[in-house]
Ligand binder design. Sequence first.
Ligand SMILES: Nc1ncnc2c1ncn2[C@@H]1O[C@H](COP(=O)(O)OP(=O)(O)OP(=O)(O)O)[C@@H](O)[C@H]1O
Length: 403
Amino acid sequence: MRDSTTGKLLRRFKSKSVEADRLLDGSAAIDVCGVNHFYGSGDARKQVLHDNHLQVQPGEIVIMTGQSGSGKTTLLTLIGTLRRVQEGQLHVLGEPLHLARTSQINALRMRLGFIFQAHNLFSSLTALQNVRMALELQPGRHSRAEQNRRCEEMLTAVGLGDRIHYKPKGLSGGQKQRVAVARGLVHQPKILLADEPTAALDEKSGRDVVNLFQREARERGTAIVIVTHDNRILDVADRIVKMDFGKIARDTNLGEAALLGEMLHRCDLFTNVSVSTLTSFARKMKREEYLPGQRIVTYGDVGDRFYIIREGEVVVRRPPSNDDGETLPESTKGFANSFTDVARLSEGDFFGETALLNNAPRNAHVDAVTESVTYSLDAETFKEVMSEQKSMTEEVRSALFSE
Ligand SMILES: Nc1ncnc2c1ncn2[C@@H]1O[C@H](COP(=O)(O)OP(=O)(O)OP(=O)(O)O)[C@@H](O)[C@H]1O
């Protein structure tokens, strides 16, 4: 028997036709551009999202982390069409949510999968019936037998093949969570949005669930965004996005991190630190893009970052100096216009370390010559890597002495 809430919900969804069945022609599955969000009104109005930008490609797994209250769930629910976009642009599967009508949003929602912290299972329905709801909401594509087969298959994949006829009250917290996972995936959504999907799960079940996510992403091209504090599952991410006070503070491509780890290892500053340690430091690096002529580092500024060039070419420009090579005072006539090019740097080269090592201001300008991409480490992380290098050097030295 179906409870009345379920019935109402089904009728509401079934009455909408799928209008937004646009194909993605190489564009992002999710494209967040300049999104702000506010709660409350009048004096109580509070901004909780600030100018967020994020793109998620089909088949990509993005893990979103950040402190409690940093805005992860708000952003996730905006992407999931569960809140209206107030400011900025948000495209989901090509549909502009900031402009969409309710009917378009309802149609789009059927192509999304959700896994919430509170499992939101219907207590009067069995595990199989709860999962089947996600299929019943789809405009009549499958026979009931086919629906049941797919639900059983999905429940088996999450390790609940022997619990398909149990109602939620007969299931543990972790088992209910896995029913919610099966329900989020059974209709093969183009996008899966999961809020703490492994929080209630033991190590093995959590691993099974994320393996399933990975299979969906690789085999079906499902774009997956997971909000989590669960460090055990970070390895499935293609990217880790960190939110801080309502803003995406870091967006690290992990494939890219491995490559950067190798690039850092080739810098003579870090040769004694292992590639894997450097890769974990690389995850903290900040990516920046520059146009030709744009200044990256300014002479005289505080040296607060170390840079590695990922793409493009930059020029290092030194201020005027006397015959002994000493820099002339800035008050010298024509100082600003007398900088000379002293080096050209390209992919894999690094700069900015002198100021950090000497705790001194920048001794040169660095300007992009072509369109360039840099990754940089902040001073604190740079010092951490240097201390790894130092301790490795000491280890090597003491190993040599003890022979
Ligand atoms: N419905 C709401 N009404 C008013 N304020 C809200 C509402 N929902 C969230 N907030 C506030 O918005 C901010 C962001 O909350 P959000 O739930 O998005 O953060 P979060 O990073 O997901 O946190 P958590 O990790 O604890 O789930 C917080 O300050 C929160 O108190």
